[in-house]
Structure formats: structure tokens, C-alpha cells
Design a binder for this molecule. Structure first.
Ligand SMILES: [Zn+2]
Length: 113
């Protein structure tokens, strides 16, 4: 199933507290500030896959947990964000546009906060 893309520039600007957010994913939607590049679409589509395997709610619980662990460990909001395991997987593979064709389920587990 292809994600449903919604453009909401003001919303994305309003929630850009830690980093400048250009898109967020809430399965099955991708809410974007503007038309996305293929790379950003791939990044968000990886989050769609992660959310699907964790029934969305557990994705956000673990996402918050990873962020808090990162904050305690690195004492830096930006570093804590980039150390979230879901973000590590998405950033590492966002330029390999066929990644989702061969991705193993729960691959985010191979990363460490
Ligand atoms: Zn992301």
C-alpha cells in the first residue's frame, strides 16, 4: 500500500522544536511541509514499514524511549534524535530507494541508541 501524503507546511513548522522537520509519518499518512524528494519519501516510507510492524503505537512508545535514553546518554537533543534506532535505519537507507524491497522485518533492532 502506498502511503497517503498530506502537505501541511504550517503544522510541520510549528512542531520543529528539536530539528527542522520536513515530514512526519503517522501510518498510513506522511505529513510533509512541501513536495518531498525521493530520498525524503524513502525515509518516511521506511518509517511506514517500521510502524506497520509495531502496530503504530509501539513504534511511538519505543521512539520516545529511544529518544529519552539518547538524551540521558548524550545530553544533546539533536544527537538523541539521530540515535533513535528508527531514525538510524531510515537515514542510513533513505538513498537506496529499493531498500524496502529487500528489508528484513525489525531491522531497526540491529541499531544501538
Ligand atoms: Zn525519520
Amino acid at each position: 500500500m502506498k502511503p497517503i501524503v498530506i502537505l501541511a507546511p504550517r503544522l510541520l513548522k510549528a512542531i520543529s522544536w528539536v530539528i527542522d522537520i520536513c515530514a512526519i509519518t503517522l501510518y498510513p499518512f506522511i505529513i510533509a511541509r512541501e513536495e518531498m524528494s525521493e530520498d525524503v519519501l524513502c525515509h518516511e516510507s521506511i518509517h511506514i514499514a517500521q510502524q506497520k510492524e509495531l502496530l503504530v503505537v509501539f513504534f511511538y512508545i519505543l521512539y520516545g524511549w529511544d529518544y529519552l535514553r539518547g538524551l540521558v546518554k548524550y545530553k544533546d537533543k539533536s544527537k538523541a534524535y539521530f540515535r533513535i534506532r528508527f531514525e538510524q535505519e531510515a537515514y542510513e537507507h533513505m538513498y537506496a530507494h529499493a531498500y524496502l524491497d529487500t528489508r528484513q522485518s525489525y531491522n531497526w533492532k540491529s541499531y544501538k541508541v
